[in-house]
Design a protein around this ligand. Structure first.
Ligand SMILES: O=C(O)C1=C[C@@H](OP(=O)(O)O)[C@@H](O)[C@H](O)C1
Ligand SMILES: C=C(OP(=O)(O)O)C(=O)O
Length: 438
């Protein structure tokens, strides 16, 4: 967790002069867009993604698939339907080079795709990508028949020597450091000769909604998937080999990226409407309805979207976030402004996210006068009056949005490298000032 010396720009986080009252159109989900791209690339016919997220992580995914030979055409649909991407699957070819940036979805979901290519595919990325766990994918692919050159650390950089096909079959992995290991193997599973049976052997498994999203989207393109929830064995997922359909999919708004805007209503006692909030979704951000209600707000899901209202009071919370880890920075920011202490649990794996999120949140909130301590698997947050100062982001988009939440009620917060929000929400500064009516 080091401050990036290349990023000295400081963004004065806007201070809210009163209760916010805004409608915020949140761009598409990163997790849905990148799964949809992979599934469309592996399909046996062209497909469409409407309102895809255009951000660093999704453009890296699209760029990588193009490098492997997949056609991705971009366009704008008729009035009101927004942008679309048309994905035209093709034979997957190496040699190719993939830049994963610091995108967990790209570094985990694409090595199994590369194993199906007909030549070597080299994976590289940001310095932080070398530290993020990948052993679950590398070891599993070797068991399933792939040849991979790496430096033995179970991490990037590496080369997958695709041979045009992969045997597949049963494999055991420990996915306690990232659910994306499971998702990665399942997404390409229909294209393995024997399909895949993934058995998770670790003691914990984070981010279950994201695994459900993978299963749901696989079924949506015609794959047969057996899961623990559909009567299978606990911790075992089975994907049958078979062709995938091309789909016409409209991407839901990113509910985790809706978080700072909902938080704005909560901490200012205001009101925010997020249009197109899905009535049914696998996105973990949907849990915010419950979490932010417990922290003092109230919400109503209507045909227009989610209307979230702050009461003026912000309460602490004791909550297990293991299923929804990516919400932790935003919840920690709200908790630092609450009227009682909070305990956030079940998120030890966040130490290996974009940055060590537990250390980064502790340090940055405490430097504004807060009282946060790290626990073995989370944070203990005792609210104290905060003051302005620099909020470092460590190349982590969710640190930047967490700092912005605090800046709404604490004057003089300056966010270092707010541009890091481009990972999943390039328009964040404009959406944020727009919400405040600036
Ligand atoms: O599959 C996905 O789209 C994601 C899974 C989660 O990863 P971990 O299980 O590694 O936390 C989540 O934190 C990440 O933002 C997106
Ligand atoms: C953990 C995250 O991303 P990634 O997909 O890179 O793991 C995140 O977006 O909070």
């Amino acid at each position: 967790m080091t401050v990036n010396p290349a990023h000295t720009a400081l963004w004065p986080a806007p201070h809210a002069s009163g209760a916010v009252d805004a409608t915020v159109q949140v761009p598409g989900s990163k997790s849905v867009t990148n799964r949809a791209l992979v599934l469309a690339a592996l399909a046996s016919e062209p497909g469409w993604l409407r309102r895809p997220l255009r951000s660093r992580d999704t453009l890296l995914m699209a760029g990588a698939l193009r490098a492997l030979g997949v056609g991705i055409e971009e366009g704008v649909g008729p009035d009101g339907t927004g942008e679309f991407w048309r994905v035209i699957p093709a034979g997957l070819h190496g040699p190719a080079t993939v830049d994963v940036g610091n995108a967990g979805t790209v570094m985990r979901f694409l090595p199994p795709v590369a194993a199906l290519a007909d030549g070597p595919v080299r994976f590289d990325g940001d310095p932080r990508s070398y530290e993020r766990p990948l052993h679950g994918v590398i070891d599993a692919l070797r068991v399933l028949g792939a040849r991979i050159d790496d430096d033995g650390r179970g991490a990037l950089p590496l080369t997958v020597h695709g041979s045009g096909a992969l045997d597949g079959g049963p494999v055991e992995i420990d996915a306690s450091s990232s659910s994306q290991f499971v998702s990665a193997l399942l997404l390409s599973g229909p294209r393995f000769n024997q399909g895949v049976e993934v058995r998770h052997t670790g003691s914990t498994l984070p981010s279950m909604p994201h695994i459900r999203m993978t299963v749901d989207m696989l079924r949506g393109v015609g794959a047969q998937v057996d899961t623990p929830e559909s009567g299978g064995e606990p911790n075992v997922w089975r994907v049958t080999p078979g062709a995938l359909l091309g789909r016409d999919l409209t991407v839901e708004p990113d509910l985790s990226n809706a978080q700072p805007f909902l938080a704005a209503a909560l901490v200012t006692g205001g009101k925010v409407l997020i249009p197109d909030w899905p009535a049914r979704t696998t996105q973990p951000g949907d849990r915010l309805r419950e979490i932010f209600t417990e922290m003092g707000g109230s919400c109503q899901l209507t045909d227009y979207g989610l209307e979230f209202t702050g009461s003026g009071a912000v309460h602490g919370i004791d909550v297990d976030l293991s299923e929804v880890g990516e919400l932790t920075p935003g919840i920690a920011a709200v908790a630092a402004l609450a009227d009682s202490p909070s305990t956030l649990r079940g998120v030890a794996h966040l130490r290996l996210h974009e940055t060590d999120r537990l250390a980064a949140l502790t340090k940055e909130i405490n430097e504004l006068g807060g009282d946060v301590t790290e626990t073995a698997d989370g944070l203990h947050i005792r609210p104290r009056p905060l003051h302005g100062g620099v909020f470092h982001t460590y190349d982590d988009h969710r640190m930047a949005t967490a700092g912005a939440i605090i800046g709404l009620v604490v004057e003089g917060v300056r966010i270092e490298n707010v541009a890091t929000t481009a990972k999943t929400l390039p328009d964040f500064p404009e959406l944020w000032t727009g919400m405040l009516g600036a």
